[in-house]
Write a protein that binds this ligand. Structure first.
Ligand code: AMP
Length: 220
């Protein structure tokens, strides 16, 4: 439960596969604030064949970033909704300096908590090539370390599990390159503002969650 300092804006930074989505889902339950993943929102647009979905798909399939203006419009529309009044967890956004600057202007005096989930490239590739994700609720599974109870079926909602189109090794390498070039500079951006906390994500997900919660005075 949130006990003070509204709203709690938590930004999860980190390369693809560092566990942002997994942690965000667990933090969402503890802190009772919504998990907003721009990747999930974009995939929903693709499933619904919206204009945004059609435009975004080409970039996503190649492991490239969707243009800032499209992502920012979608993000600001989402965080203006009522369920975000007490705060929210951002997963996968901001991903470029212009996105970080636009978000900070939107937030005004609200100071976000930024947590950088750190993981080596070797571990990222091992995680992502063995990841399957629920097509319905987005819950991720690792085929070796956290497999579903029934193969191909989501434990949480019974949805169908599939490998994401961008979780093949070639696209993962491209996404990591894009991360290094465009997203890693955000680490210095937030460190300069004294907003950054870094956590080693090579340990198990429960230990990572404990460390994150110890940074958040708001959640009991
Ligand atoms: P994710 O689910 O966070 O790994 O995102 C999957 C893909 O969606 C990325 O590789 C990008 O193509 C696109 N995407 C998600 N979030 C953003 C963002 N903040 N800015 C630009 N592209 C994004």
């Amino acid at each position: 439960m949130i006990t003070d300092a509204y709203p709690l804006v938590l930004i999860l930074l980190g390369p693809p596969g560092s566990g942002k989505g997994t942690q965000a889902k667990m933090i969402q339950e503890k802190c009772e604030i919504p998990h907003i993943s721009t990747g999930d929102l974009l995939r929903e647009h693709i499933r619904n064949s919206t204009d945004l979905g059609k435009e975004a798909k080409g970039f996503m399939d190649k492991g490239q970033l969707v243009p800032d203006s499209l992502v920012l419009d979608m993000l600001f529309e989402r965080i203006a909704q009522k369920d975000c009044a007490k705060g929210y967890i951002l997963d996968g956004v901001p991903r470029t300096l212009p996105q970080a600057e636009a978000l900070q202007s939107y937030l005004g005096k609200t100071i976000p908590v930024v947590i950088n989930l750190d993981l080596s490239e070797k571990q990222i590739i091992e995680r992502l090539t063995k990841r399957v994700t629920c097509e319905n609720c987005g819950h991720p599974y690792h085929l070796l370390y956290s497999p579903p109870k029934k193969p191909g079926i989501c434990d949480l909602c019974g949805g169908h599990l599939a490998q994401r189109a961008d979780d093949t090794e070639a696209v993962i390498r491209k996404r990591l390159k894009v991360y290094q070039e465009q997203t890693a500079p955000l680490i210095a951006f937030y460190a300069d503002k004294k907003m950054l906390h870094t956590i080693d994500c090579s340990v198990n997900k429960e230990t990572i969650l404990e460390q994150i919660l110890s940074i958040l005075p708001h959640c009991s």
